[in-house]
Design a protein around this ligand. Structure first.
Ligand SMILES: CC(=O)SCCNC(=O)CCNC(=O)[C@H](O)C(C)(C)COP(=O)(O)OP(=O)(O)OC[C@H]1O[C@@H](n2cnc3c(N)ncnc32)[C@H](O)[C@@H]1OP(=O)(O)O
Length: 300
């Protein structure tokens, strides 16, 4: 992937690691140094283009990786440059891997909920012309070493078939532990929780708790939709004009339909007993004059 500026000078190392600050790496001695703001603009251009290419490769309706999303999240991007081909002496980018810690509720093999904060594979892309040349493995290995994690300790955000094959081939990851969210975890995930699953800080104030295992890809569906099960259609006296969304089963992501009115209170409370609380639900209960504190406690 080529750019109209000198990628080779911008990223002196074969693999560059970027965090939310998008700081330009130190340049090689003797290279002219453009203004810092220009360098950061170049980095933002690279990230945006990589995000678009990755989305296209995965048939996503919109990129899940962009410079602005990097700046507003605590994700880490590993970017691999091509050190062999140097078109017009400006270098090229081979691909990237994006990771980040996320608080998730995952099921173990006894189907019990566990609150964990593992390192997650969020986005991964190698340029089409260079796939199956070992570049993906090189990036992945580098990330594992830097982050000090073992492959079975990772959670993967809705992996593609190619990524599942990749993980199987290079890391023998095959048997998954079925989940009800979009993350895939493999056998062995629960065997070693320290590290990488970060020790969680003391219980946060209720308002701070994030939605149920929110995937980075959620916003691709309906941006303002509340999470499952709050998005289920209310019971209706007359049949709906359209068939209801497919029901979910263990191991599959719940199918999300378009934004619907909230479920009736009793059904909502029943659903909430089955899953961790969500701020939207708390807001509903807090504004409901009939919702007693006892009812509210049941949602914890
Ligand atoms: C959470 C997420 O990010 S999900 C999205 C993952 N990204 C994508 O699907 C985008 C398109 N794919 C890619 O960019 C790349 O194929 C990656 C990132 C998945 C792997 O990078 P590569 O450089 O191709 O991997 P690398 O060369 O190190 O390993 C090759 C192995 O990956 C798997 N793989 C890679 N491409 C394919 C493919 N087209 N079909 C099937 N398996 C594939 C295979 O196991 C392959 O081994 P094989 O060639 O012996 O069958």
């Amino acid at each position: 992937m080529e750019f109209p500026f000198d990628v080779d000078a911008l990223f002196p190392e074969r693999i560059t690691v970027l965090d939310q600050h998008l700081r330009p790496p130190a340049r090689r001695p003797g290279t002219t140094t453009p203004a810092r703001v220009d360098l950061q603009q170049q980095i933002m251009t690279i990230i945006d283009e990589l995000g678009k290419a990755s989305a296209k490769a995965q048939h996503l309706p919109a990129p899940i990786t962009s410079a602005s999303r990097m700046q507003s999240n605590r994700h880490v991007m590993y970017i691999l440059k091509d050190t062999s081909a140097r078109p017009a002496g400006k270098g090229a980018i081979v691909g990237f891997l994006k990771v980040g810690y996320k608080k998730l509720f995952v099921l173990d093999d006894r189907e019990a909920h566990n609150e964990v904060e593992p390192l997650c594979i969020l986005d991964f892309y190698i340029h089409e012309s260079l796939q199956r040349h070992g570049h993906g493995r090189e990036l992945f290995q580098h990330m594992l070493q830097k982050e000090r994690v073992e492959p079975h300790q990772l959670a993967i955000d809705r992996p593609s078939q190619k990524l599942l094959k990749f993980l199987n081939k290079h890391y023998n990851l095959e048997t998954t532990v079925p989940q009800v969210n979009n993350f895939v975890i493999f056998e062995g995930f629960f065997a070693h929780q320290h590290p990488p699953a970060r020790k969680l800080p003391p219980k946060r104030a209720e308002g701070d708790i994030k939605p149920y295992s929110s995937s980075d890809r959620e916003f691709l569906k309906v941006a303002v939709e509340p999470p499952w099960p709050l998005n289920r259609a209310p019971r209706r006296a007359t049949p709906p004009a359209h068939p209801p969304p497919r029901s979910s089963s263990l191991g599959n992501s719940p199918e999300r339909g378009p934004l619907r009115p909230f479920v009736p209170e009793q059904e909502l409370l029943r659903s909430l007993r089955l899953c961790p609380p969500h701020p939207t639900a708390r807001l509903l209960l807090a504004t409901d004059p009939g919702g007693s504190p006892a009812q509210r406690r049941r949602t914890r």
